[in-house]
Design a protein around this ligand. Structure first.
Ligand SMILES: N[C@@H](CCC(=O)N[C@@H](CS)C(=O)NCC(=O)O)C(=O)O
Length: 246
Protein backbone atom coordinates (compact mmCIF):
# COMPACT_ATOMS: atom_id res chain seq x y z
CA UNK A 1 0.00 0.00 0.00
CA UNK A 2 1.43 3.41 -0.92
CA UNK A 3 0.75 6.94 0.28
CA UNK A 4 -1.40 7.48 -2.85
CA UNK A 5 -3.63 4.47 -2.23
CA UNK A 6 -4.64 4.56 1.42
CA UNK A 7 -6.80 1.86 2.95
CA UNK A 8 -8.51 4.45 5.10
CA UNK A 9 -9.44 8.10 4.92
CA UNK A 10 -9.54 9.60 8.42
CA UNK A 11 -11.71 12.67 9.02
CA UNK A 12 -10.08 14.77 11.72
CA UNK A 13 -10.64 18.15 13.37
CA UNK A 14 -8.69 21.11 11.95
CA UNK A 15 -6.58 23.37 14.14
CA UNK A 16 -4.08 26.11 13.37
CA UNK A 17 -1.16 23.75 14.08
CA UNK A 18 -2.25 21.41 11.26
CA UNK A 19 -1.88 18.36 13.47
CA UNK A 20 -4.28 16.11 15.29
CA UNK A 21 -5.40 17.48 18.66
CA UNK A 22 -8.87 16.03 19.19
CA UNK A 23 -8.70 13.43 21.99
CA UNK A 24 -11.32 11.26 20.27
CA UNK A 25 -9.48 11.31 16.93
CA UNK A 26 -6.16 10.68 18.67
CA UNK A 27 -7.49 7.34 19.97
CA UNK A 28 -8.30 6.30 16.40
CA UNK A 29 -5.04 7.64 15.03
CA UNK A 30 -2.88 5.84 17.58
CA UNK A 31 -4.69 2.63 16.73
CA UNK A 32 -4.13 3.13 12.97
CA UNK A 33 -0.46 3.87 13.60
CA UNK A 34 -0.08 0.89 15.94
CA UNK A 35 -1.59 -1.41 13.31
CA UNK A 36 0.42 0.16 10.48
CA UNK A 37 -2.68 0.82 8.40
CA UNK A 38 -2.03 3.13 5.43
CA UNK A 39 -4.31 6.15 5.74
CA UNK A 40 -4.67 9.74 4.73
CA UNK A 41 -6.24 12.55 6.72
CA UNK A 42 -8.86 15.10 5.80
CA UNK A 43 -9.01 17.89 8.36
CA UNK A 44 -12.45 19.45 8.73
CA UNK A 45 -13.35 22.67 10.44
CA UNK A 46 -16.05 22.41 13.11
CA UNK A 47 -18.78 24.05 10.96
CA UNK A 48 -18.07 21.69 8.04
CA UNK A 49 -18.24 18.35 9.90
CA UNK A 50 -21.99 17.80 9.65
CA UNK A 51 -22.35 18.72 5.99
CA UNK A 52 -19.30 16.73 4.88
CA UNK A 53 -20.28 13.55 6.72
CA UNK A 54 -23.92 13.89 5.65
CA UNK A 55 -22.87 14.14 1.99
CA UNK A 56 -20.76 11.00 2.41
CA UNK A 57 -23.86 9.16 3.63
CA UNK A 58 -22.62 8.57 7.19
CA UNK A 59 -25.49 7.64 9.51
CA UNK A 60 -25.97 10.33 12.19
CA UNK A 61 -25.73 9.69 15.93
CA UNK A 62 -29.05 8.99 17.53
CA UNK A 63 -28.88 12.00 19.83
CA UNK A 64 -31.45 12.91 22.41
CA UNK A 65 -30.49 16.52 23.01
CA UNK A 66 -29.54 19.58 21.01
CA UNK A 67 -26.21 19.75 22.85
CA UNK A 68 -25.01 16.43 21.38
CA UNK A 69 -23.78 16.87 17.82
CA UNK A 70 -25.34 14.51 15.30
CA UNK A 71 -22.11 14.24 13.34
CA UNK A 72 -18.64 14.02 14.91
CA UNK A 73 -15.05 13.20 14.07
CA UNK A 74 -13.35 10.81 14.04
CA UNK A 75 -15.06 9.32 11.02
CA UNK A 76 -13.43 6.94 8.58
CA UNK A 77 -13.90 5.76 5.03
CA UNK A 78 -12.57 2.22 4.68
CA UNK A 79 -11.82 2.20 0.96
CA UNK A 80 -11.66 -1.58 0.23
CA UNK A 81 -15.12 -2.23 1.71
CA UNK A 82 -16.65 1.21 0.98
CA UNK A 83 -17.51 1.45 4.67
CA UNK A 84 -18.18 4.83 6.26
CA UNK A 85 -18.13 4.87 10.04
CA UNK A 86 -18.31 7.46 12.78
CA UNK A 87 -17.53 7.35 16.53
CA UNK A 88 -14.19 6.36 18.01
CA UNK A 89 -15.55 3.28 19.78
CA UNK A 90 -17.34 1.89 16.73
CA UNK A 91 -14.23 2.63 14.66
CA UNK A 92 -12.01 0.84 17.21
CA UNK A 93 -14.15 -2.30 16.97
CA UNK A 94 -14.13 -2.12 13.18
CA UNK A 95 -10.34 -1.69 13.05
CA UNK A 96 -9.76 -4.54 15.50
CA UNK A 97 -11.86 -6.95 13.45
CA UNK A 98 -10.52 -5.75 10.07
CA UNK A 99 -6.86 -5.50 11.14
CA UNK A 100 -6.49 -8.07 13.94
CA UNK A 101 -2.67 -8.02 13.82
CA UNK A 102 -1.10 -6.76 16.00
CA UNK A 103 -3.98 -7.26 18.43
CA UNK A 104 -5.21 -4.52 20.76
CA UNK A 105 -7.26 -5.18 23.89
CA UNK A 106 -10.28 -2.90 23.61
CA UNK A 107 -12.10 -3.90 26.78
CA UNK A 108 -11.38 -5.80 29.97
CA UNK A 109 -12.53 -5.31 33.49
CA UNK A 110 -9.14 -3.91 34.52
CA UNK A 111 -8.57 -1.50 31.63
CA UNK A 112 -12.16 -0.28 31.95
CA UNK A 113 -11.51 0.53 35.62
CA UNK A 114 -8.33 2.41 34.69
CA UNK A 115 -10.19 4.43 32.02
CA UNK A 116 -12.96 5.20 34.47
CA UNK A 117 -10.60 6.44 37.20
CA UNK A 118 -8.56 8.50 34.70
CA UNK A 119 -11.70 10.04 33.22
CA UNK A 120 -13.19 10.93 36.58
CA UNK A 121 -9.91 12.44 37.86
CA UNK A 122 -8.83 14.30 34.73
CA UNK A 123 -12.25 15.23 33.33
CA UNK A 124 -12.93 18.16 35.67
CA UNK A 125 -9.28 19.26 35.58
CA UNK A 126 -9.23 19.32 31.78
CA UNK A 127 -12.60 21.07 31.65
CA UNK A 128 -11.15 23.87 33.79
CA UNK A 129 -7.88 24.09 31.85
CA UNK A 130 -8.34 22.75 28.29
CA UNK A 131 -11.86 23.89 27.35
CA UNK A 132 -11.30 27.65 27.79
CA UNK A 133 -7.91 27.54 25.99
CA UNK A 134 -8.87 25.23 23.12
CA UNK A 135 -10.38 28.12 21.15
CA UNK A 136 -6.92 29.66 20.80
CA UNK A 137 -5.76 26.94 18.38
CA UNK A 138 -8.93 26.89 16.26
CA UNK A 139 -9.11 28.59 12.86
CA UNK A 140 -11.43 31.66 12.74
CA UNK A 141 -14.60 29.95 11.42
CA UNK A 142 -14.21 27.14 13.95
CA UNK A 143 -13.72 29.66 16.73
CA UNK A 144 -17.09 31.22 15.97
CA UNK A 145 -18.79 27.79 15.95
CA UNK A 146 -17.02 26.57 19.09
CA UNK A 147 -17.81 29.73 21.05
CA UNK A 148 -21.46 29.67 20.02
CA UNK A 149 -21.97 26.00 20.99
CA UNK A 150 -19.99 26.05 24.23
CA UNK A 151 -21.40 29.33 25.49
CA UNK A 152 -24.95 28.13 24.81
CA UNK A 153 -24.18 25.08 26.97
CA UNK A 154 -22.32 26.96 29.69
CA UNK A 155 -24.69 29.89 29.86
CA UNK A 156 -21.78 32.35 30.02
CA UNK A 157 -18.73 33.46 28.01
CA UNK A 158 -15.86 31.04 27.53
CA UNK A 159 -13.47 33.57 29.02
CA UNK A 160 -15.38 33.40 32.32
CA UNK A 161 -14.16 29.80 32.62
CA UNK A 162 -10.58 30.95 32.71
CA UNK A 163 -10.24 31.98 36.32
CA UNK A 164 -6.67 31.15 37.33
CA UNK A 165 -7.39 30.95 41.07
CA UNK A 166 -10.35 28.65 40.52
CA UNK A 167 -8.30 26.55 38.11
CA UNK A 168 -5.59 26.19 40.77
CA UNK A 169 -8.15 25.13 43.36
CA UNK A 170 -9.67 22.59 40.95
CA UNK A 171 -6.31 20.91 40.37
CA UNK A 172 -5.48 21.00 44.10
CA UNK A 173 -8.85 19.48 45.02
CA UNK A 174 -8.35 16.72 42.46
CA UNK A 175 -4.69 16.03 43.21
CA UNK A 176 -5.27 12.91 45.36
CA UNK A 177 -7.65 11.45 42.79
CA UNK A 178 -5.31 12.20 39.88
CA UNK A 179 -2.41 10.62 41.78
CA UNK A 180 -4.46 7.53 42.70
CA UNK A 181 -5.56 7.05 39.07
CA UNK A 182 -1.94 7.40 37.90
CA UNK A 183 -0.67 4.91 40.47
CA UNK A 184 -3.40 2.48 39.42
CA UNK A 185 -2.13 2.77 35.79
CA UNK A 186 1.19 1.42 37.04
CA UNK A 187 -0.32 -1.78 38.50
CA UNK A 188 1.45 -3.96 35.92
CA UNK A 189 4.66 -1.97 35.66
CA UNK A 190 6.80 -5.01 36.54
CA UNK A 191 5.77 -6.50 33.18
CA UNK A 192 6.12 -3.40 30.99
CA UNK A 193 5.23 0.26 30.59
CA UNK A 194 1.59 -0.11 29.52
CA UNK A 195 -1.55 -0.44 31.62
CA UNK A 196 -1.62 -4.18 30.93
CA UNK A 197 2.17 -4.49 31.15
CA UNK A 198 3.98 -5.45 27.97
CA UNK A 199 1.28 -4.72 25.38
CA UNK A 200 -0.65 -1.50 24.73
CA UNK A 201 -4.41 -1.45 25.09
CA UNK A 202 -7.12 0.96 23.97
CA UNK A 203 -6.95 2.51 27.45
CA UNK A 204 -3.30 3.44 26.90
CA UNK A 205 -4.38 5.20 23.69
CA UNK A 206 -7.19 6.93 25.58
CA UNK A 207 -4.75 8.20 28.24
CA UNK A 208 -1.94 9.14 25.84
CA UNK A 209 -4.45 10.71 23.42
CA UNK A 210 -5.98 12.85 26.16
CA UNK A 211 -2.55 13.98 27.34
CA UNK A 212 -1.40 14.77 23.81
CA UNK A 213 -4.58 16.71 23.14
CA UNK A 214 -3.97 18.81 26.28
CA UNK A 215 -0.36 19.27 25.21
CA UNK A 216 -1.37 20.60 21.78
CA UNK A 217 -3.66 23.12 23.49
CA UNK A 218 -1.20 24.18 26.20
CA UNK A 219 2.12 22.63 27.22
CA UNK A 220 1.59 23.77 30.82
CA UNK A 221 -1.47 21.53 31.26
CA UNK A 222 0.50 18.55 30.00
CA UNK A 223 3.36 19.32 32.40
CA UNK A 224 0.99 19.73 35.28
CA UNK A 225 -0.53 16.34 34.66
CA UNK A 226 2.66 14.42 33.95
CA UNK A 227 4.14 15.47 37.29
CA UNK A 228 1.86 12.82 38.81
CA UNK A 229 3.04 9.21 38.61
CA UNK A 230 1.85 7.02 35.72
CA UNK A 231 0.83 9.55 33.07
CA UNK A 232 4.26 10.29 31.62
CA UNK A 233 5.11 6.58 31.58
CA UNK A 234 2.02 5.72 29.50
CA UNK A 235 2.51 8.74 27.24
CA UNK A 236 6.15 7.89 26.51
CA UNK A 237 5.30 4.23 25.94
CA UNK A 238 2.75 5.31 23.30
CA UNK A 239 5.16 7.70 21.55
CA UNK A 240 5.99 5.13 18.83
CA UNK A 241 2.32 5.30 17.76
CA UNK A 242 2.36 9.09 17.48
CA UNK A 243 4.67 9.17 14.47
CA UNK A 244 1.93 10.17 12.00
CA UNK A 245 -0.18 13.07 13.23
CA UNK A 246 -1.35 14.64 9.96
N1 LIG B 1 -18.30 9.96 21.00
C1 LIG B 1 -17.59 10.60 20.00
C2 LIG B 1 -17.24 12.01 20.39
C3 LIG B 1 -16.37 12.67 19.36
C4 LIG B 1 -16.43 14.18 19.45
O1 LIG B 1 -17.02 14.75 20.38
N2 LIG B 1 -15.85 14.83 18.44
C5 LIG B 1 -15.88 16.28 18.37
C6 LIG B 1 -14.49 16.80 18.05
S1 LIG B 1 -13.36 16.44 19.37
C7 LIG B 1 -16.78 16.68 17.20
O2 LIG B 1 -16.67 16.12 16.13
N3 LIG B 1 -17.69 17.62 17.42
C8 LIG B 1 -18.55 18.10 16.37
C9 LIG B 1 -19.37 19.29 16.78
O3 LIG B 1 -19.20 19.76 17.91
O4 LIG B 1 -20.15 19.72 15.94
C10 LIG B 1 -16.35 9.75 19.68
O5 LIG B 1 -15.69 9.26 20.62
O6 LIG B 1 -16.09 9.57 18.51
Amino acid sequence: MTESSPEIVLYDLACTKNVCFSPAVLRTRLMLNYKHVAYETIFLEFPDIEQTLKELGVAPHDTRSDSEPRYTVPAIHHVPSSTYLMDSHAIAEFLESTYPTPPLTLVSSFINQVSCKARSALGPAFRSSVTPREIRILPPRSQVYFRQKREALLGHRLEDLLDLDREERTWNDLADEIRAAGEFMLTNKANGPFVLGAQPSYTDFFIAGSLHSARMVDEGIFERCTKFPGYKEIYEACRPYMDKMD
